[in-house]
Every structure is written in C-alpha cells, then in structure tokens.
Design a protein around this ligand. Sequence first.
Ligand code: CP
Length: 308
Amino acid sequence: LQHLLSLDGLPREILTAILDTAEPFTEVAEREIKKLPILRGKSIFNLFFENSTRTRTTFEIAAKRLSADVINLNVATSSTNKGETLLDTVDNLCAMQADMFVVRHASSGAPYLIAEHLHNTRRHDIHVINAGDGRHAHPTQGLLDMYTIRHYKQDFTGLVVAIVGDVLHSRVARSQIAALTTLGVPEVRVIGPKTLMPTDLDKLGVRVFHDMREGLRDVDVVMMLRLQNERMSGPLLPSGQEFFKVWGLTPEKLAVARPDAIVMHPGPMNRGVEIDSAVADGTQAVILPQVTFGIAVRMAVMSMLGSN
Ligand code: CP
C-alpha cells in the first residue's frame, strides 16, 4: 500500500491487517506511555484545506506517538491564497523533504491528484492519506468506525448496522458502507429522507429505509450522520428543528434497536438536529471512544505506509 485514498476495493485482508495493527497502539493512544520510534526521521505534512477538529488533531497525535516530525500547513495563511496551485504547493513541500501528506480538501479527488502527481514525478517513496475529500471518501474515519464496532461487538458477521441521516453528502457513509460490506456485515441499512439519499445505493448492496422506527428495528449498531449544510443550498436545506422531529435520534426511537446497540457519530455532532443529547451522552453512545480509537488506527495506517 503506497497511499490510502479510499476503502473501495481494498481487500478484507488489508482492512483486517490495519485493524489488527491498531490493536497494540490502542494502549499508546489511551495512555501517556513512551513514544514508538517507527517513523523517527520522517516528516509528515498535514494539509487541511477544510475545517477539522478530530481528524487533524488525531493525525498529529498519532504521528508524534510514532516519533515523526509533524508540520501543519496553515492553509489560511499559506500562499495558496496568493494563487499558488495545489500541486505547486506539494512540489515545494516535497523540496522540504516531505515523506507523507495527510490531505483534506473540499474537492472530491484532490488527494488522488496529489498521488498521481507524485507518481508522474517519480516520487514513489512519498505517501498520501486521504483525510476526507468532498463527498467522496474519508477512509481513516471508516477504519476507526470498523475498529470501534469490532471492539464492542467482537465480530462483523451477524450484525445489522444502520447508517442514519444525510447519506447523500456524506463521505463518511461511503467509506463506512465500503468497509462494512468488505468485512462481511450481512445487513447494512441506510435510513433517511429520499432527498438526502444517493441514487446509486442499489449498487452498494444496502437496504434503504425512509422510516426511522422501521430502519432501526433490532439493529446492533447505529451510525449517525450530520446534516452537511455546507454542501447544500436552496430547497434541499431542511431546518434543524424540522429534521430533528422526523430523523433525530431520540431515546424513544433508539428503543426499537437491540438493547445492547451502540450509537456512533463521526463528529462534529449537531445536538437537537440529528441526535438528542440524551442519546449523545447516554450509556449506549461510544462517540468519544471512537475519537480515541482514531489515534490508534491512524498510527496503524501511517506506520504501515511508512514501512513501504
Ligand atoms: N469526523 C471528522 O472528520 O471530524 P473532523 O471534521 O473534526 O475532523
């Protein structure tokens, strides 16, 4: 694996190898213990052209725990604002001896463009990790979600998993669906309004529900999604209050899921829009452990790419 751009088409063995590699890192992620020397001498550049709290910070923590040098490009004050192209920016950072780029961008495909450019310029030892591109993919989020499910449910076979909300604009949902189906989850459901569902869901092998109580019945895992207002305009944009009435996850709606169902959310959450605080802070929520597991999973991805 030279780059991690998407989970689509990645074989089960690779997904499982990443989750297995993350296991021993969980201890390093959860507690203040000695750094590991795995990426000592490597320079990792965080290029976040879109906002982030969890992904950027946990990549930085993960890289530091692996002893890498981390450089966070401050996009707001960088020369991209003076018209420098993405690829010229990359060339300049390569001239500073970059070993790995972690890229978030509003345009779907931006990390692919960088990976292709590195290939065309014969920089085969530099790696790209997609930290979220447009509405296309967010592979490390998908991986940390799989890690979380395996942690709480042990096994993927026999699970019913529901992804709820604005699937249409969600790069997270696409990566989750790819990983869940590859790892052998027999029933993946998506639940949400017709206006927020992609048209190609039949190709993805999921069951579609337009009713919360029907879709949540007897599920083992509920994965909530935020309304991605930044990717919507005009009539598509529902009001938060209206959305919550129908699609918000409340204790009453969650009660139709299995009693031991876990509730996940990639963050950022919008309380009172897609999720009620009583659920977000309730005993079934594993939303903050997801964040902690994200450090271990990102350590796993970076250490595996860095050793290639
Ligand atoms: N889950 C996620 O990508 O969160 P951030 O946007 O805060 O990185």
